[in-house]
Write a protein that binds this ligand. Structure first.
Ligand SMILES: Cc1cc2nc3c(=O)[nH]c(=O)nc-3n(C[C@H](O)[C@H](O)[C@H](O)COP(=O)(O)OP(=O)(O)OC[C@H]3O[C@@H](n4cnc5c(N)ncnc54)[C@H](O)[C@@H]3O)c2cc1C
Length: 498
């Protein structure tokens, strides 16, 4: 059953075998796995239920209705990094670009060997990753919908002989309208509200309550006995009624910022481990100017990539409309920035996404911090230089770097003069939509938040199932891994329930 704000009275009481906080990638997969074993599940999601026809191609509308904190969330350290996250039934998959990567084997091997995550071995994860791939109907979108922004980058990468591929995407019906990040208006993108949650609802044992924000808990001994929260009026975004949910097992799938905050604000874990390891995949976007029209807002939002995983980064195309480009480019480009915006139809867009290796970050009740490490900073600059090379190889006449105080890059020879290795983190315009790692799984309670079964240390019936579980950064876009982790935790909780 699906419920939303208009279905609630001022004081509601609900009960199920399992209560899940958050209906995003991890929570949806956990719910589907539990439901298929016949357990009753109640999902509590702060945002609303949405239909594709309700989405509007407007950043302002999307930020207010589909993003957490109206898209003002940011990490502050030696750079200021916007960290967007989705809000609604579907979580961040409602607004993501649908890129799909399986978890690299070497990452899983590291998690097993160095963190004791015995349930996340390559062999155990394979069928779960296969299931996610199938459930999301992952495809390579046809060239006809990729359009110029992706085609021109592929052309440049091919000319340079770089290892590039079309990106697999959970968007089997993509028409290339380029507005994934405002909600897919055609239903062509397969966000989890359209698959895992549909599967879960079809069992008849699952209730998905939108417009319900969980705020606190009741506990007894080492067990959680109830979740308490407020219903949220989707028009005013203000708290309205109250609810109380009793279950045998509780799962936090509130995402890599929401889960540590829920645990910390209720004294369920401590800040020395919980929220202590924030990874982000910091990303920086370049623009290349072409004589021909590119129309970067049209076509698959992110369709092509260059695989530099071994070097610690990926190059990925991205699209943005004029207001996104305006806020995403350095003001210090001055008249050049205005020229870029005026001629946006002639711009191509792609950027570097870095595998956090020596950066450090955290989530606390006060906010998010992130300090870009020196190695990650160098990898970012190397990625940006390579991105510019691809643009020029494809025929660009100029390129623009996301560097405060930099100037237009006029030729391939000019790239290394503008994007120098000594540019400090504070001058790089970064963006990061992949927070991870803040409730690390591990076999040592002094360095992890949850045990290898997914349970918060010290609590017998409280688990975490979202991207905060990862012990390290992935280096590839995380939604597929998050769902496979959700299936894992759903399976373990189901076994405990019997
Ligand atoms: C703009 C954008 C683009 C992205 N593009 C890609 C991509 O192309 N490919 C990819 O692999 N990944 C992408 N990602 C990342 C990917 O979507 C996330 O890594 C993934 O969805 C994380 O899943 P999760 O379950 O941890 O959290 P989420 O999917 O974010 O779900 C968490 C949910 O919990 C809810 N919640 C939080 N607190 C509470 C509370 N107290 N009570 C009730 N509910 C609560 C939130 O409203 C949210 O709906 C993108 C993300 C963004 C924001």
């Amino acid at each position: 059953m699906k419920r939303g704000f208009s279905d609630y009275g001022p004081d509601e009481t609900w009960e199920a075998d399992v209560a899940i906080i958050g209906a995003g990638a991890g929570g949806a997969a956990a719910a589907a796995r539990l439901a298929e074993d016949g357990h009753s599940v109640i999902m509590l999601e702060a945002g609303s239920h949405w239909k594709p026809s309700q989405f509007k191609p407007s950043s302002a509308w999307a930020f207010r209705n589909l993003y957490t904190m109206r898209n003002t969330r940011a990490a502050v350290g030696n750079a200021m990094i916007p960290v967007p996250g989705g809000r609604g039934v579907g979580g961040s998959t409602l607004v993501n670009s649908a890129i799909c990567f399986r978890t690299p084997d070497v990452v899983l091997e590291d998690w097993v060997e160095n963190y004791g995550c015995s349930r996340l071995s390559v062999a155990a994860m394979k069928p779960r990753l296969d299931r996610v791939w199938q459930t999301l109907q992952v495809v390579i979108n046809p060239v006809a919908v990729q359009r110029n922004n992706n085609l021109i980058f592929k052309h440049g990468a091919d000319k340079l002989g770089l290892p590039g591929e079309w990106m697999p995407r959970s968007a089997p019906g993509c028409v290339g309208c380029g507005v994934c990040q405002m909600g897919c208006p055609t239903g062509g993108k397969w966000s989890v509200d359209r698959n895992f949650i549909v599967e879960a609802l079809a069992t008849g044992g699952v209730t998905v309550n939108g417009d319900c924000r969980v705020e606190s808990v009741e506990v007894e001994g080492g067990a959680v006995t109830a979740l308490l929260g407020r219903t949220i009026d989707p028009v005013t975004l203000k708290a309205s009624g109250r609810f109380r949910v009793r279950a045998k097992e509780y799962i936090s799938s509130a995402g890599p910022v929401g889960s540590p905050r829920f645990l910390l604000s209720n004294g369920l874990s401590t800040a020395d481990v919980c929220g202590a390891h924030l990874y982000l995949h910091p990303a920086g976007g370049m623009l290349g100017r072409f004589e021909q029209e590119i129309r970067p807002w049209s076509g698959v939002t992110q369709g092509f990539y260059v695989d530099r995983w071994e070097q610690g980064y990926l190059l990925q195309t991205y699209s943005a409309n004029v207001d996104q480009a305006y806020v995403g480019m350095p003001w210090s480009l001055g008249p050049d920035l205005m020229g870029v915006l005026k001629d946006l139809k002639n711009m191509a867009m792609a950027g570097a996404l870095v595998h956090d290796e020596d950066s450090t970050g955290s989530v606390s009740l006060a906010g998010l911090t992130y300090f870009l490490g020196d190695g990650d900073r160098r990898r970012m600059l190397a990625g940006l230089r390579e991105c510019a090379e691809v643009f020029f190889a494809a025929g660009a006449t100029e390129a623009y770097a996301p560097i405060i105080g930099s100037r237009t890059i006029k030729s391939p020879d000019d790239i290394a003069r503008v994007i120098t290795d000594d540019i400090p983190a504070r001058r790089i315009y970064l963006y990061a939509s992949h927070p991870m790692g803040t409730c690390r799984m591990g076999d040592d309670p002094t360095t992890s938040t949850i045990d290898p079964d997914g349970r918060v240390w010290g609590w017998e019936n409280l688990s975490v199932a979202d991207a905060s579980v990862f012990p390290t950064s992935l280096g590839v876009n995380p939604q597929v891994t998050t769902m496979a982790v959700g299936l894992t935790i759903g399976e373990v909780v189901s076994q405990r329930l019997g």
